[in-house]
Design a protein around this ligand. Structure first.
Ligand SMILES: N[C@@H](CCC(=O)N[C@@H](CS)C(=O)NCC(=O)O)C(=O)O
Length: 203
């Protein structure tokens, strides 16, 4: 099994955390999709990472589909409840966390446009999505709603990757200060070996 990923991608980190939690062996192929010489479009027409090339040669993207594929391998721990109705709230938390990440990526790209092209309105719009998303995530974490009880779930993995990505690219959001409950939740999550071993390079 081969995972094509960049080391800073929060979506790819989600998959790397899952692989680590399940102890699944894989080969990591680092490829930065923004580089002109990237091979990612040969695997994913959308030109995005992560991409998983399974042992049978089939190619899977994007991260929710890869997460589903890995779950179907039947290797513990269960991160998505097998019952489809029970899985739905977990997938909803994943979508919420991924949506926070989407807004943080969009804000990062917007902020890095040349001055004359940057839109303050666009930046504010993404920031509002992040703030509303954090409110909703806090409510879910407090109620353990959509997180499969006390067991680690895909919702937790996606949430940890989203929050850590805010640290990397949107530190001024200061989510720990806004949501202390989220801070203690994330502290335990980010201390897991699966998260520690997939920390993005800084700088
Ligand atoms: N919804 C996708 C998002 C993947 C994504 O946007 N990846 C970024 C890296 S963080 C990327 O490859 N961007 C390259 C591009 O948009 O051209 C997923 O969950 O896998």
């Amino acid at each position: 099994m081969k995972l094509i990923a960049s080391l800073t991608s929060p979506y790819a980190r989600k998959i790397r955390v899952i692989l680590a939690e399940k102890g699944l062996p894989f080969q990591l192929e680092v490829d930065v999709p923004w580089n002109a010489d990237s091979h990612v479009p040969q695997y994913n027409p959308l030109g995005k990472v992560p991409v998983l090339v399974a042992s049978d040669g089939r190619v899977w993207f994007d991260s929710p589909v890869i997460a589903e594929y890995l779950e179907l391998l039947g290797v513990a721990p269960v991160l998505i409840p097998a019952d489809r109705k029970a899985a739905l709230p977990v997938r909803q938390t994943e979508a919420l966390a991924d949506g926070i990440t989407d807004a943080a990526v969009a804000a990062f790209l917007e902020a890095n446009r040349p001055d004359e092209e940057r839109s303050d309105t666009g930046l504010a719009r993404q920031r509002e999505k992040i703030l509303r998303g954090l409110n909703a995530l806090t409510a879910r974490v407090e109620a353990r709603d959509g997180l499969n009880g006390d067991a680690l779930s895909l919702g937790d993995v996606a949430a940890g990757c989203a929050l850590a990505y805010l640290d990397l690219r949107q530190p001024t959001i200061d989510w720990r200060h806004r949501h202390p409950e989220l801070a203690s939740y994330a502290e335990a999550l980010l201390a897991r070996p699966s998260f520690v071993s997939t920390e993005p390079p800084r700088g």
